[in-house]
Design a protein around this ligand. Structure first.
Ligand code: SF4
Length: 77
């Protein structure tokens, strides 16, 4: 697998954030909107437990590149 083309998932139990490395433009919109969750200097860099599900969804929707998406854990069969 190409290391540059990663898809990673981060869950707080209710919502799962899906991040596609190849699409990320590092515009840091997510960092600006929710710095408690998106910490680019850390590994892993997404900490979904640090915020409410509502705020996570709001932040994910503001990602300009489509690198971030989400699904609600309940919605998965
Ligand atoms: S907002 Fe989207 S494109 Fe920008 S850094 Fe975050 S994940 Fe990457």
């Amino acid at each position: 697998m190409d290391a540059k083309d990663l898809t990673k998932e981060y869950s707080n139990g209710e919502v799962t954030i899906v991040w596609k490395n190849a699409l990320c433009q590092h515009a840091a919109e997510c960092v600006r909107n929710n710095p408690e969750v998106f910490k680019p200097r850390e590994k892993p860099w997404i900490h979904p437990d640090n915020s409410t599900t509502e705020k996570i969804i709001e932040t994910v929707k503001k990602c300009p590149s489509g690198a971030l998406t989400y699904y609600l854990n309940d919605a998965k069969p």
